[in-house]
Write a protein that binds this ligand. Structure first.
Ligand code: NAG
Ligand code: NAG
Ligand code: NAG
Ligand code: NAG
Ligand code: NAG
Ligand code: NAG
Length: 939
């Protein structure tokens, strides 16, 4: 009983309290009203009460002061008013994931503010005094805003309680300030500054408390550079993402980083031997080392524990086999350049396992496989002279003049019995010159302290050549740097709608007609009428195969933003030099074909992988084009299936935009279907056609059902289906791939693209795009497989040009239908019945209304039951799900989700942050597939 009384009293008390609160008006009311007006008083928020303390997503303290505003992810537009500065009790301000624009107001002086989330908006300016007096600030998220360029301001020092500073893709320029650590920031845990325009070194003072460091993918030129030695002392690190920058020098000893899970160093200019400490890190789960100039043995990770990204790329490992030690001469030479910081000039040149042949390494001369001379003259090296020169017994001549070498001349050098000349002039050496034999010509001029016991010279700037950390550079470490760096700037300007046909594509189309070998006829090109003109688009039908030719156009108005976001997919970058080498400088004899968007070349990588390199023609300036190019890459790197052509890598340098795919030796399906006579091929048997259809169907099914978000190919046609030597098919050319809209919905494309003849009617006419668009195209392909006729065949009488129309007519009557079947197909009864079933299926796929078309799952079922009849007895387990890499679809999905989870769901690295100690009444959307495109990891 007593308990109940207490309870009632408590409730009464609460009521009274609430009433008393309500009766007072909040001193913050005017500021909150200003906020409400400034964001357009959206009814969706339901902010109607005069007292802001009663608004949802706003919280106040006992004195009616506003403490929390949590209006993230509400589709808000408008601006934030300067009056927010008056909310002096504010602790949490969350406005992430809206479309707020205008400048971020200064909140200077809000000393209670702890958590501020501005990420994923359209804010245009970051005030330099923003951080002034924000002494309680713990977390700030500024990621993904279109700020005008800004630098991390000195006033950030006021926010010395900062734990999280997250500003990926926020247009930050300048250097990483050296006050981000030292004595000021003693609890900083996350520093996320990926995809900005930062340059210069990682400051030595950087906070050693940091657990998650993302500096990857700086967009400018120069990028971040210098040594990464400082991470040796950052022992709290769990994630180190430094990829796609210009870091130089060796990987430091990381044995202290016992919590390290992810080490992403790829696409830099790192040199030297991968230290054993990296191999022995207990918690390491992901390591990325591709495309550096790493030397020595290929490190051997326990790949059952660690996901390793270490394609040889530009690396200079001596042998491909992990863990195999190098030739002795290689080991000696590497030990010699170690105290020079493994200079990049040498690391780039010293490839493979024989310093003497086929061509001696840079700076090395040999006689019968022995090293007789070392010449490092005038290379700007710093560091000391290694005593290990004495391990080269045949050495006659040693030239180290004109560098900045320090230290003394090692006594060991006197043991070189063949030595005739040693030139050490013009360095910074000191100490006694050892007693060389009389036969040796010893030159030490230009070393002011030689002969003295100590060096009087100030130490040279930075450390050894490759590993200087002070931002000064001494060796010619990389002309490449400037190449990669320049890219982004010019790319933004120069990329044209590479896949998605953009403005001015008519130009391409005209060109293509002249040069095409891999013909994609009648490409429908739809482009904005003019850039300022909203969403109206113009459709131009190009190509000569439509009877009456010419071009047709009409307008479509549409809306809806692209579902894909820009990402920087740094993971698969291949340098232009490599691609030049493997294609014999894009020589004509390596041309595999020419398509709408460029030329495809054959090539072979160092490891023997055959590749097809698609080189885009450089085109019209379009930032959107770059975004789309990057989006395609992002999609392609996610999508892996045995019936989808694999993207091996890509290159974006200068005006060059190249995509590298696996090589498919038998070429396109259209070649075998339509051009077999000219190309001297055998016509395809029906069983082959069936298998190909099934392969394609599986690939497309996978695209459609990959995850809650699926993809639409939008340009299925025989010239985009490639065959291997086993005549198994893979779908290629994902240039027009789109994320599918939610189930039951459809989206309207502003820029339609696809190929006439394969285009679903609703798509061509209204721009509605769903997965059923692909089903239609697939139906057309089935009709082509059955009839051997092209989707549009201008050689036919006018009423038969359009395959779908003709096929429908032919299919109604059994006798006529026999005539529609490709004459090269041998028609026994069994085959005929199979063909009929496929014809039936094709008809359904090409149904006029999208909802009448089956989904790809059904198509796969029908085709696989037919193919079953011819199936070899040996079961092919992979076929069940058709997933590459010996993985079932659920497995692949699981792995994938787990991976996404580790980078997205984990609050320590979330890009969709939400203060964990506060309950936003509208939860942030669970991170699905689309969100992964906003992840800063560039994967
Ligand atoms: C906020 O404070 C400034 C100066 O302290 C004042 O001019 C302004 O009117 C205040 N805004 C509101 C909405 O009260
Ligand atoms: C905000 O930016 C996004 C992405 O850049 C863009 O799609 C959207 O139209 C912008 N919204 C406003 C209101 O400017
Ligand atoms: C960064 O600033 C530059 C210069 O104002 C601007 O052109 C560019 O669009 C900005 N970048 C982003 C991503 O907002
Ligand atoms: C880093 O880049 C800056 C600017 O290009 C350059 O001056 C500096 O020498 C570079 N440092 C190193 C170590 O490469
Ligand atoms: C690491 O810390 C030690 C001891 O404080 C210091 O001597 C050394 O220079 C630091 N190394 C780097 C690369 O910062
Ligand atoms: C790093 O390597 C892992 C494992 O191979 C890979 O999944 C990831 O995409 C790579 N990351 C980057 C940025 O390349």
């Amino acid at each position: 009983m007593k308990k109940v009384d207490v309870g009632i009293c408590f409730v009464l008390y609460l009521v009274c309290f609430a009433v008393s609160v309500e009766s007072q008006s909040s001193p913050d009311a005017s500021s909150m009203l200003a906020l409400r007006e400034s964001i357009g008083n959206p009814t969706s928020l339901g902010w109607s009460d005069p007292n802001p303390c009663k608004w949802v997503q706003v919280k106040c303290d006992g004195s009616n002061r506003v403490t929390k505003i949590q209006i993230g992810n509400q589709n808000l537009k408008g601006k934030l008013p300067p009056d927010l500065k008056n909310l002096t009790s504010l602790t949490i301000l969350e406005v992430m994931k809206n479309q707020l624009s205008g400048p971020i107001p200064s909140l200077a002086g809000l000393s209670s503010l702890t958590d501020v989330l501005f990420n994923n908006n359209n804010f245009t300016e970051m005030p330099q005094d923003f951080f002034t007096g924000l002494t309680s600030l713990r977390k700030i998220y500024l990621d993904y805003n279109s700020f005008s360029p800004w630098q991390i301001p000195e006033t950030l020092k006021d926010a010395s309680s900062l734990q999280i500073f997250s500003a990926n893709q926020a247009n930050i320029t300048g250097t990483i300030p050296d006050f981000l650590g030292g004595d000021t920031f003693s609890v900083l845990e996350q520093l996320h500054l990926a995809f900005n325009y930062l340059q210069g070194p990682i400051p030595l003072s950087i906070a050693k408390t940091i657990t998650s460091l993302w500096l990857n993918g700086q967009n400018g030129e120069p990028q971040l550079n210098g040594s990464i030695a400082v991470i040796q002392n950052m022992t709290a690190l769990t994630e180190v993402w430094l990829h796609s920058n210009q870091f130089t020098g060796p990987i430091p000893d990381l044995s202290g980083l016992i919590s390290l899970k992810q080490l992403s160093l790829r696409d830099n200019h790192l040199t030297g031997i991968v230290p054993l400490s990296v191999l022995n890190l207990p918690g390491l789960a992901i390591v990325n080392l591709t495309n550096n100039f790493l030397q020595g043995p290929t490190p051997k990770f326990d790949t059952s524990i660690v996901a390793v990204d270490m394609n040889k790329g530009t690396n200079s490992f001596c042998l491909d086999q992990p863990g195999t030690s190098c030739d002795d001469r290689v080991n000696i030479l590497l030990s010699i350049v170690q105290p020079l910081g493994y200079p990049a000039v040498l690391a780039e040149d010293w490839k493979a396992n024989d310093p003497c042949s086929p061509k001696p390494w840079m700076g090395i001369s040999c006689l019968n496989g022995s090293i007789t001379a070392v010449n490092f003259q005038n290379l700007g090296f710093s560091g000391t002279i290694s005593p290990n020169f004495s391990k080269l017994p045949a050495l006659k001549e040693l030239r180290l003049s004109g560098n900045s070498l320090t230290g003394t001349i090692p006594n060991e050098l006197t043991t070189l019995s063949n030595l005739r000349r040693i030139d050490l002039s013009n360095n910074r050496l000191y100490g006694k010159v050892p007693n060389f034999s009389k036969n040796v010509d010893v030159i030490t001029d230009g070393n002011p302290d030689i002969g003295k016991d100590i060096s009087t010279l100030s130490p040279p700037p930075g450390g050894p050549s490759g590993s200087d950390s002070g931002g000064k550079k001494s060796s010619g470490s990389g002309n490449k740097n400037s190449n990669t760096g320049k890219v982004v700037g010019s790319v933004v300007g120069a990329i044209c709608g590479v896949f998605i046909v953009g403005i001015g594509v008519c130009l391409y189309a005209r060109k293509r007609r002249r040069t095409s070998r891999v013909q994609s006829p009648n490409t429908v090109v739809i482009h904005p009428r003019n850039e300022g003109d909203g969403n109206a688009v113009k459709i131009t039908v190009t190509g000569s195969s439509v009877t009456g030719g010419g071009s047709e156009s009409h307008s479509i108005t549409s809306s809806g933003p692209s579902d894909l976001h820009v990402v920087e997919a740094g993971s698969l970058v291949i340098s232009i030099q490599v691609l030049r080498n493997v294609t014999n400088n894009f020589s004509d004899e390596n041309i595999l074909g020419r398509g709408g968007f460029g030329t495809v070349y054959k090539g072979e990588l160092h490891d023997g992988t055959k590749i097809a390199v698609k080189r885009m023609e450089s085109g019209v300036v379009s930032e959107k084009g770059l975004a789309e190019f990057m989006s395609e890459i992002a999609v392609l790197t996610k999508v892996r299936h045995r019936h989808l052509v694999t993207l091996i890598g890509y290159c974006l340098e200068g005006n060059e935009r190249l995509l590298v795919y696996e090589y498919m030796p038998q070429g396109t399906l259209s070649r075998h279907l339509f051009n077999w006579k000219e190309e001297d091929l055998k016509p395809l048997e029906w069983t082959r056609r069936l298998t190909i259809a099934l392969d394609v169907a599986r690939g497309v099914e996978y695209l459609h059902t990959l995850a809650h978000k699926s993809f639409i190919h939008r340009d299925l046609k025989p010239s985009n289906i490639l065959l291997g030597d086993d005549m198994r098919a893979k779908v290629a050319d994902f240039g027009l791939v789109r994320l599918a809209p939610e189930n039951g919905k459809h989206s309207i494309e502003t820029r339609l693209a696809g190929t006439f003849g394969y285009l679903a009617p609703e798509y061509a006419v209204t721009g509605r795009v769903t997965t059923k668009v692909d089903v239609f195209s697939f139906g057309v392909i089935l009709m082509e497989l059955i009839s051997g006729r092209k989707a549009l065949d201008e050689t036919q009488p006018e009423d038969s040009v359009h395959l779908v129309t003709w096929f429908r007519r032919m299919h109604v009557n059994k006798d006529i239908f026999r005539k529609a079947i490709d004459r090269t197909v041998e028609l026994d009864e069994e085959t005929y019945s199979s063909v009929s079933t496929v014809a039936e299926l094709a008809g359904h796929c090409c149904a006029r209304e999208p909802y009448q078309r089956p989904d790809m799952g059904h198509v796969v079922n029908v085709l696989s039951s037919l193919a079953e009849l011819w199936k070899p007895t040996k079961p092919d387990s992979e076929d069940i799900y058709g997933i590459d890499l010996d993985m079932t679809l659920p497995q692949a999905l699981k792995k994938w989700q787990a991976y996404e989870g580790s980078t997205i769901d984990d609050s320590s690295s979330s890009l969709i942050p939400s203060s964990e100690n506060t309950q936003s009444s509208i939860p942030t959307r669970p991170s699905g597939f689309a969100d992964s495109f906003t992840s800063a990891d560039g994967r």
